[in-house]
Ligand binder design. Structure first.
Ligand code: HEC
Ligand code: HEC
Ligand code: HEC
Length: 431
């Protein structure tokens, strides 16, 4: 079997309501707050099962595995874990019985946690989470690859287990942001590309690949560095905090696996923590774009569309299917109907997110218990691969956007991988 041809897949089931089973507002308990920062619920819960009882199927390059029961049930959960056992699982990826965890559990990030947070988190799981007797499901990784001892070697080669240490010369907000982004927030688990052995290529800002954008689960977790067009270079600190708090701002709206992050984690963060994250991200230089000519709006596209002069078949599909919401000038009605003009997502070198959202639509963002009024419709049935390739190519090259065209094969591949009738793990559906 070829190692790491695809990437870690995080199932995108609607967890907003699972999340609410354990809190509806900013948590008062410190450990519960740490659990929010770490977004444990997104992976360790599935709909219609007790919170944190596991069972989420995750694809890895070697085969599917399931998340485990981390409620304090003594037999099926982590009830028998001492604090030391818990710390070892969280930071070194070693379970109580000695078996090694797959790095689908982001322990290389959680390793950075400080002791206070780790203790608060442990107390929360032991004292506040209700025990649920739910058996763990065995992994579907075939023998002999399912042997877990090689993971010890993996850890030596790739994982770092040092706790975060404040960097001299950086202020408190920067350091708090670095701690959260590299550690509990495990942003790099999705946004940093992985190497041949599934290792993240870089765990902090000293590495050029850190947070530069990565394919994941048929989405593209976009570039979080300061590149001006495909990254966050044009976003102000306030616009970045707005996105993390509410799931949208004037540039775009959260979708795909990012919706889970907003729904279950970042919206619960204190203003100080969100600002710290934004402060840290704003300080990471770009690294992907060769020139730094920022996006400039071009009025030609809107003029042609309004005159019904279709410059390509993609323009015609856009006029028929997309224009009513995203408008002729590509401005949408931000922040709820996102713009496509000047939106970093639209010119991402990987078209995966664009193809996926047009095929499958979006799940609802739920902030403060209120689902968003608008979602992106699904075009899976209505549009052919050719029409989707044409319309996505059109939005990537209109209003001043510039990005490579999308091929029919790229659309066909995402269509197949996200086929609701196929043996896929994660189907995006609105609930
Ligand atoms: C990206 C998904 C993901 C997130 C987020 C995540 N986990 Fe995990 N976790 C896993 C997976 C997958 C496993 C099982 C790995 C295996 O079987 O090798 C696991 C295993 C564990 C284990 C080992 C339990 C056992 O005995 O099998 C503990 C403890 C744990 N997670 C706690 C947490 C806590 C606490 C958080 C939040 C701070 C968290 N996890 C967040 C995916 C995740
Ligand atoms: C009924 C209104 C509507 C129509 C029609 C529509 N969209 Fe959307 N679109 C939305 C909404 C709402 C979102 C944000 C959804 C979310 O993220 O939860 C969105 C998001 C997007 C995004 C992601 C941008 C971002 O930052 O969130 C792209 C790309 C996109 N649409 C392209 C298209 C294309 C191409 C078409 C036509 C084939 C189209 N849309 C038709 C409402 C619409
Ligand atoms: C489970 C995977 C996952 C994790 C974890 C994750 N993200 Fe994302 N993120 C995505 C995906 C996929 C997108 C692209 C879709 C979108 O724009 O919402 C994205 C988009 C974003 C965007 C919007 C970028 C743009 O150009 O529109 C920001 C900002 C962001 N993430 C910040 C973060 C931060 C900060 C963290 C850590 C606290 C984080 N993400 C953790 C998957 C993830």
């Amino acid at each position: 079997m070829k190692l790491a041809t695809h990437c870690l897949a995080i199932a995108a089931v609607s967890l907003a309501f699972v999340g609410q089973a354990f809190a509806t507002e900013a948590p008062a308990d410190r450990g519960e707050y740490v659990a929010r920062l770490g977004n444990c619920v997104a992976c360790h819960s599935i709909p219609d099962a007790p919170p944190f009882s596991g069972g989420l199927k995750m694809a890895t390059p070697l085969g599917a595995i399931y998340t485990t029961n981390i409620t304090p049930d003594a037999k099926t959960g982590i009830g028998s874990y001492t604090y030391e056992d818990f710390d070892k699982a969280m930071r070194l990826g070693v379970a109580k019985d000695g078996h090694r965890l797959y790095p689908a559990m982001p322990y290389p990030s959680y390793a950075k946690m400080n002791e206070d947070d780790m203790k608060a988190l442990y107390n929360f799981f032991m004292k506040s989470v209700p025990a649920a007797a739910v058996e763990n499901k065995p992994s579907e990784i075939p023998a002999p690859l399912n042997m877990r001892w090689p993971l010890a070697i993996w850890n030596i080669l790739f994982a770092e287990d040092d706790r975060y240490e404040n960097k001299a010369g950086k202020d408190e907000a920067w350091n708090r942001g670095a701690y959260l982004v590299q550690g509990l927030g495990h942003c790099g688990a999705c946004h940093t590309p992985r190497g041949l052995a599934f290792n993240e290529k870089g765990y902090d800002e000293d590495d050029a690949q850190f947070l530069i954008g990565a394919p994941l689960d048929n989405w593209s977790a976009s570039n979080l560095r300061q590149d001006v067009n495909t990254g966050l270079g044009r976003w102000s600190l306030g616009e970045l905090t707005e996105f993390l708090k509410n799931g949208h701002n004037k540039y775009g709206t959260a979708f795909g696996t990012m919706t889970e992050v907003i729904n279950n984690s970042t919206q619960y963060m204190t203003d100080a923590d969100i600002t710290a994250i934004a402060t840290y991200l704003k300080a990471i230089p770009g690294g992907r774009e060769k020139n730094d000519n920022p996006y400039a709006y071009n009025a030609e596209t809107a003029k042609n569309l309004l005159a019904r002069e279709y410059t390509s078949t993609g323009a015609l599909v856009y006029a028929q299917q997309c224009l009513s919401c995203h408008l002729a000038d590509g401005a949408g009605h931000a922040p709820y109907l996102p713009p496509l003009a000047g939106n970093p997502i639209t010119v991402d070198p990987s078209p995966a997110s664009l193809i996926n959202i047009v095929l499958n639509g979006t799940q609802r963002i739920v902030v403060d218990g209120m689902p968003d009024a608008y979602g992106m419709p699904q075009y899976r049935v209505l549009l052919s691969d050719q029409e989707i390739a044409d319309s996505v190519t059109f939005i990537r090259n209109s209003w001043g956007n510039k990005a490579a065209p999308v091929t029919v094969k790229e659309v066909a591949d995402v269509r197949k991988a996200t086929d609701p009738a196929g043996d896929q793990i994660h189907i995006l559906r609105m609930k």
